[in-house]
Design a protein around this ligand. Structure first.
Ligand code: ADP
Ligand code: MG
Length: 362
């Protein structure tokens, strides 16, 4: 049965004083697809290795279903790990690779054969039993690694950038398949990635890490639409960040004066005292563009600007726009069909809803 994990104020300081993980606390629920997301060097692998038992925390506690396992050796944790480089045995067949953990557990031959067969079917490799890793594509090798992990029916599956070596199409297919497998088996899966799109697409919840610390834990929608910190807003997708003093705008609303006359109205009740300095984020796709028409009342626009560059992405178009106030913003529009592009130099009006502005903690 899959299990829940608690990480309680865990730190890891390596010899030489590198604080790779710094007071990390999070709770991973049983059956959850949970991702650790962050840039290279932020402590993702170290955190995963401590959950697996390959590394010991310098302080703090790791619990599985409430039981302290901080000092339980890896092979007694009933967990399996999948690595980016697959770590298959090159001279053994697919079936021998997948059956490895079962032989270690001293199961009888018939049981091993049956379990290996079922695991290979699950990752759609039936009939490949006798091949060696070198006779398989990268995607197939990754499936063997996955089969080898799930065949022991672990309480927790740990994956360290498992799809990192695959090209984009195959990677998306494997993302889908891994997610299906995880759901069908009800597995607790801790997934490490530096790829924000991958984390958003696959996870039930995500912990965004930065410099050994957890910046925010939340669902993909919370992380994307309601980033709490500047780091999270910046790291996940493109975003526009404005910074300025809080001011009172008409009818007692709150605004932020971002400089050169640009005032952005904020949603909700006053977030801070007048004069406080705030940062707010606005996603490019929350901005609507319209041609600038002189006869339109200026109240229809939140700002005016001029297109600086037009970046055609296929399904969408990303514009870099210089506002009349001098601020530069990104605005993304769905590809609405032929003839709908604004060319560089085009004057445009930008509109957005105050509710789409997110106030950030610095
Ligand atoms: P990530 O997986 O997010 O890229 P890691 O957990 O591998 O990050 O590394 C976090 C930090 O700890 C980095 O600064 C890295 O250089 C350092 N580090 C990792 N492993 C060791 C080690 N065995 N000894 C010393 N420093 C290490
Ligand atoms: Mg890593």
């Amino acid at each position: 049965m899959s299990a829940g994990i608690e990480i309680a104020e865990v730190s890891k300081v390596y010899d030489g004083g590198v604080r790779a993980v710094d007071s990390v606390a999070m709770e991973i629920k049983a059956g959850e697809f949970f991702s650790l997301l962050g840039p290279s060097g932020c402590g993702k692998t170290t955190t995963l290795r401590m959950i697996a038992g390959f590394d010991t925390p310098s302080s703090g506690e790791i619990r599985i279903d409430g039981a302290d396992i901080t000092h339980v050796p890896a092979h007694k944790r009933d967990m399996a790990m999948v690595f980016q480089n697959y770590a298959l045995f090159p001279h053994r067949t697919v079936a021998e690779n997948v059956g490895f953990g079962l032989r270690m557990r001293k199961l009888d031959k018939a049981t091993i054969a049956a379990k290996v067969k079922a695991a290979l079917a699950m990752v759609e490799l039936s009939g490949m039993d006798d091949r060696r890793p070198a006779q398989l594509s990268g995607g197939q090798q990754q499936r063997v690694a996955l089969a080898r992990a799930i065949v022991i029916e672990p309480r927790v599956l740990l994956c360290d950038e498992p799809l990192g070596a695959l090209d984009k199409k195959l990677r998306q297919q494997m993302q889908f398949e891994l997610k299906q497998l995880q759901k069908n088996l009800g597995l607790t899966l801790v997934f490490v990635t530096h790829d924000q799109e991958e984390a958003l697409a696959m996870s039930d919840r995500i912990a965004v890490m930065n410099a050994g610390r957890v910046e925010q834990v939340g669902t993909p929608v919370e992380i994307y639409d309601r980033p709490q910190t500047r780091f999270v807003a910046d790291f996940i997708g493109d975003t526009n960040i404005f910074r300025g003093q809080r001011v009172t705008v008409d009818n007692n609303g709150t605004g932020i004066a971002a400089g050169n006359g640009l005032v952005l109205e904020l949603p909700g009740p006053p977030a801070a005292a007048d004069g406080a300095v705030l940062s707010v984020a606005l996603r490019p796709e929350k901005i609507r563009l319209a041609p600038k028409v002189d006869t339109l009342h200026p109240k229809h626009a939140s700002a005016n600007g001029t297109v600086e560059s037009t970046n055609f992405l296929g399904g969408a178009v990303l514009y870099r726009i210089a506002l009349d106030s001098g601020h530069r913003v990104l605005a993304q529009q769905p590809n609405a069909g032929a003839g709908q592009l604004y060319a560089p130099g085009a004057p445009v009006m930008l509109g957005w809803t105050p509710a789409d502005l997110v106030i950030l903690k610095d």
